[in-house]
Design a binder for this molecule. Structure first.
Ligand code: FAD
Length: 463
């Protein structure tokens, strides 16, 4: 059904992803007349080709280890086999359902959905692909980001990104993933769990740049134990196609033959062709739309939220920013977003959950830092026989005992860190953690039972 383009609105949102949809609905709830334009599918990256389909694939991949682990508990499991086509079809059905729910919720809120690309032609006018225009009192840029692949790399046409990974016709027997960030690591584990032979090539000295060094080392060792080959300090020179295979030439001279090459080397803000100049919206040095703490751009009535601003590229952050924008502009409640202590996870195998400062960051910012660290064999591994260890780490301000960071690698880490995030946000101290009764037998109890620091920094300065 074609929807008529309203000639004038209070708010025009460009991009119906996590941030844009939330902003549109909340603004409409305040009585604003709102239109939203989407060039691909309503729901955006998270719902259509990000968090949600990724987590469904993660669930699928983890059964492999569950089947293996079951034997030690007395189960006899016939040799399992996996059907990629069934997984993808079921995943697609769920994504379609979610997209319909997003559309229904927008419509229920009275938001006009325009299924088109949109760009600004002057500070108050948005033009759709049809050439029709709409005048807006306020414009919200919520166009997200897109995967980047070096355009110059020979064989570029044979390389896929996470976008295509969700729609591969079959599970590739051998996959090479280039990148060391969380998307690269997650897909390495997904493919490995489903049965592919996986090589992860990253430019940095280790995976997960920006994470705590112990987390990086621990996860890498765990992945290698699960037969993911990690090659660090390397980069791809060229990808050559021969028959059904790809030959990958690395800068260090190695040549690898695989069936699929995926790049997860980063994402860049979707700003091309948006008409930013015509609307007097400025970019920051990193190519993202520059905004203040209220998400306002250099044009006072134009705002931007989510990945296009490249603050913290996570769904809950985009949603918060979108909500705060609507409160600020249409709800008469100026709301700035606090981007500190945002809990985050890597849905690898095993999982990573972190919140707050890494040990390195804490030592740069605080005079005294105490580290509490434990690695142990999780109880489930005793009978399963799996060779795995869990990591728990607390980074504590040695002066006042405040917990500055928490880092977990192991089963359930993401679920745990969501709740640890509450304590860290409330400025809980190590003494608060210690005063909390342990819940036995869990892995999480380790967080409240680590008594002695494994390292102390800055003591001399305090003495
Ligand atoms: C593989 C993957 C896994 C991820 N996993 C997680 C996770 O586990 N947890 C987490 O928190 N985050 C995760 N993310 C990040 C998360 O998806 C993003 O942070 C989030 O979607 C950002 O929301 P947004 O509203 O800024 O942009 P998006 O959700 O990207 O929405 C932007 C929308 O704008 C549309 N658009 C762009 N330009 C135009 C235009 N000119 N006209 C009309 N429409 C336009 C796009 O089609 C898109 O639908 C993941 C991302 C990826 C790629």
């Amino acid at each position: 059904m074609t929807v008529a383009v309203p000639p004038e609105v209070d708010l025009f949102v460009i991009g119906a992803g996590s941030g844009g949809v939330r902003a549109a609905r909340i603004a409409a709830g305040y009585g604003a007349k709102v239109a939203i334009a989407e060039e691909y599918r309503v729901g955006g990256t998270c719902v259509i080709r990000g968090c949600v389909p990724k987590k469904l694939l993660v669930y699928a991949s983890r059964f492999a280890h569950e089947f293996e682990d079951a034997a030690g508990f007395g189960w006899t499991v016939p040799k399992p086999s996996h059907d990629w086509a069934t997984l993808i079809a079921n995943k697609d059905k769920e994504i379609d359902r979610l997209e319909r729910a997003y559309v229904a919720n927008l419509e229920k809120s009275g938001v006009v959905i325009l299924r088109s690309r949109a760009a600004m032609v002057d500070p108050h006018t948005v033009r759709l692909a049809s050439g029709e225009t709409c005048r807006a009192k306020h414009i919200l840029i919520a166009t997200g980001g897109a995967p980047t692949v070096g355009e110059m790399i020979p064989g570029r046409q044979h390389i896929i990104t996470s976008n295509e990974a969700f729609h591969l016709p079959a599970l590739p027997p051998r996959v090479l993933i280039h990148g060391g960030g969380y998307i690269a690591v997650e897909f390495a584990n997904i493919f490995a769990g489903l049965g592919s032979a996986v090589t992860l090539v990253c430019r940095a000295g280790n995976i997960l740049r920006g994470f705590d060094e112990d987390v990086r080392d621990h996860l890498r060792a765990e992945m290698e134990r699960r037969d993911v080959m990690v090659i660090s300090g390397e980069t791809i020179l060229a990808v050559e196609h021969s028959g059904a295979c790809c030959g990958v030439r690395l800068a260090g001279g190695r040549y690898l033959e695989v069936d699929c090459v995926m790049y997860a080397t980063g994402r860049s803000p979707n700003v091309t062709g948006l008409g930013l100049e015509a609307a007097a919206v400025k970019l920051a040095a990193n190519g993202a739309v520059a905004v203040d703490k209220y998400s306002r751009t250099s044009a006072p009535h134009i705002y931007a939220v989510g990945d296009v601003t490249d603050r913290i590229a996570l769904t809950p952050v985009a949603i918060r920013e979108g909500h705060a924008f609507a409160d600020t502009v249409f709800g008469n409640k100026p709301t700035a977003i606090d981007h500190t202590n945002v809990p985050t996870a890597v849905f690898s195998e095993p999982e990573v959950g972190v919140v707050g400062l890494t040990e390195t960051e804490a030592r740069e910012r605080h005079a005294r830092v105490d580290i509490y660290k434990a690695t142990f064999r999780p109880m489930k591994a005793t009978l399963s026989g799996r060779d795995t260890r869990m990591l728990m780490k607390l980074v504590v301000d040695g002066a006042d005992g405040r917990v500055l960071g928490c880092h977990i690698v192991g089963e359930g880490a993401a679920e745990m860190i969501q709740m640890v995030g509450v304590a860290v946000k409330m400025r809980a101290t190590k003494a608060d953690f210690d005063a909390t009764m342990a819940l036995h037998p869990t892995a999480a109890e380790e967080l409240v039972t680590m008594r002695t620091p494994t390292a102390r920094y800055g003591l001399e300065a305090a003495e």
